[in-house]
Design a protein. Structure first.
Length: 262
């Protein structure tokens, strides 16, 4: 059975972590394949939005325990030169750098690296049955896969340290309260809400949406003057597009715009 499934439904791609019997814990092969699947989404101009979810009762229980045990026993699968020199969590970087909007549909437990995968997405929608387990320090490790980066920016240093120091678990309600997820929905409505959100985004102007994503993440590192310069550049690009003209005409004519990414 394929452990990492990519499906395409019109303009929406969905990656499903597919080891339900192991709570979708990531094997070495799954980590290796994830950037390849993301690259396929990146290169398909027909795909506008990516959803990531898990099969069964969990979103992702982190890295597979067998993989961790192999590492400490010295029996880990041999790595390529590229893998040896890449930073830990480079696979998550591929997801974070995808120019297209990404949505994590968190259908159950997200633990350790599973949290990192969700954090690398632009929007996080959680089932009311989901749980977040900050288990790194329980195994003598630190949050990785970009978790120290994302959590600190989302929650601030104090809350991030509390969760990381204690290895706490929190439910979906608490995750929404502290801003870890955008919204919490009934479990049986999760994928429908995620796809509805993805469809709304996919119907928007792709060029403008890509530039919005770039602008928002740039704002984490730049001052106001730098952001105004970027906005001037990006707005200049948008004003030259057919989508801009279509948006204005649709507004005047009081109809729904039909954007084409041109």
């Amino acid at each position: 059975m394929e452990e990492l499934l990519l499906t395409k439904d019109n303009s929406i791609a969905t990656i499903t972590l597919n080891r339900p019997e192991k709570f979708n814990a990531m094997t070495t092969d799954m980590w290796r394949r994830l950037p390849e699947v993301i690259e396929e989404v990146r290169n398909d101009d027909n795909l506008k939005v990516l959803i990531i979810t898990g099969a069964g009762r969990a979103f992702c229980a982190g890295s597979d325990a067998g993989r961790l045990a192999s590492r400490i026993s010295g029996e880990e699968i041999a790595k390529t030169q590229k893998e040896l020199t890449a930073p830990v969590g480079a696979e998550v970087l591929c997801l974070a750098k995808l120019q297209k909007p990404t949505i994590a549909a968190i259908n159950g437990t997200a633990a350790a690296a599973g949290i990192s995968i969700a954090l690398a997405c632009d929007i996080r929608i959680a089932s009311d049955q989901s749980k977040f387990v900050f288990a790194w320090t329980k195994m003598g490790l630190i949050p990785d896969g970009g978790a120290t980066f994302f959590l600190t920016r989302l929650l601030g240093p104090s809350k991030t340290l509390e969760l990381a120091f204690t290895g706490s678990s929190i439910d979906a309600t608490e995750a929404r309260r502290i801003g870890l997820v955008n919204k919490v929905v009934p479990h049986n409505e999760l994928l429908a809400v995620a796809k509805e959100t993805a469809t709304t985004i996919a119907e928007g102007p792709p060029i403008a949406i890509e530039l919005v994503k770039k602008g928002v993440y740039r704002a984490l590192f730049h001052d106001l003057e730098s952001q105004l310069e970027f906005e001037s550049y990006a707005q200049g690009v948008c004003r030259q597009t057919e989508d801009h003209r279509e948006g204005v005409q649709a507004f005047v004519q009081k109809r729904k715009p039909e954007f084409k990414g041109k």
